[in-house]
Design a protein around this ligand. Structure first.
Ligand code: NI
Length: 224
């Protein structure tokens, strides 16, 4: 499931993060990929040693974790620290699938179930730079307002089109979900959203309480 998560960060927060990012060191992004992905990647990445990195990563992860749509759609067990990248001057990232495993700060393996890209540049600040995600329904082209995020299953083939003018700054991250299977996550998300709407229409009717208990019992069945 591809899902647009609007207004994860306010425009003020975006401006603050952009100012801090501009003052720090960026490195060739190919270092952070597996060998297959690295040969296709042409961008810059904020150094993980940059003094602001840990705080900005925490700020972005915290905003996502607090967003009700992200929480319902991802059901995160663990959100890995977000990273920051910048594409410009024709930079792109060819078709690839993200590595199945990343390491957390303790070096323990974390399975990447859900990928997230949070846009920090406005769409009119650069040309190109669309995130293209392939799923069973074809290719989807994504370019969102600054502060908005897209989530997609980490199993998807995806790429970033060349940025032919301006700069495309974004944050990206992976999460391990409590529910490994993307279809189960989608069904739980749809059920949750429908229960929410029914509750607004009907209040806590017996039927709403019944569906809510089904939701929680499915979650109990499917979480790991
Ligand atoms: Ni990727």
């Amino acid at each position: 499931m591809l899902l647009h998560i609007p207004q994860v960060l306010s425009k003020q927060e975006v401006a603050q993060i952009r100012t801090e990012l501009a003052a720090h060191e960026w490195k060739d992004g190919a270092h952070s990929s597996g060998a297959q992905a690295a040969s296709r990647k042409r961008n810059l990445q904020l150094s993980l040693q940059a003094p602001v990195y840990a705080r900005l990563a925490k700020q972005v992860a915290g905003a996502l974790a607090r967003h009700p749509l992200f929480a319902s759609a991802v059901l995160p067990r663990q959100i890995l620290p977000p990273m920051f990248n910048c594409y410009s001057g024709g930079g792109s990232y060819g078709n690839h699938v993200d590595s199945a495993m990343q390491r957390d700060s303790l070096g323990d393996p974390v399975r990447t179930d859900v990928s997230t890209t949070l846009f920090l540049s406005e769409p009119d600040e650069y040309e190109g730079g669309e995130l293209i995600v392939e799923d069973t329904y074809g290719e989807h082209e994504i370019k969102l307002d600054a502060g908005d995020a897209i989530i997609y299953p980490a199993t998807s083939l995806h790429r970033v089109e060349p940025v032919t003018a301006g700069e495309r700054i974004a944050s990206f991250l992976w999460s391990q979900s409590l529910v490994r299977d993307a279809w189960q996550r989608k069904m739980l998300f749809d059920l949750d959203m429908n229960i929410l709407k029914l509750r607004q229409q009907l209040g806590d009717s017996d039927e709403v309480v019944g569906l809510t208990s089904t939701y929680h019992n499915l979650l109990r069945q499917w979480t790991q």
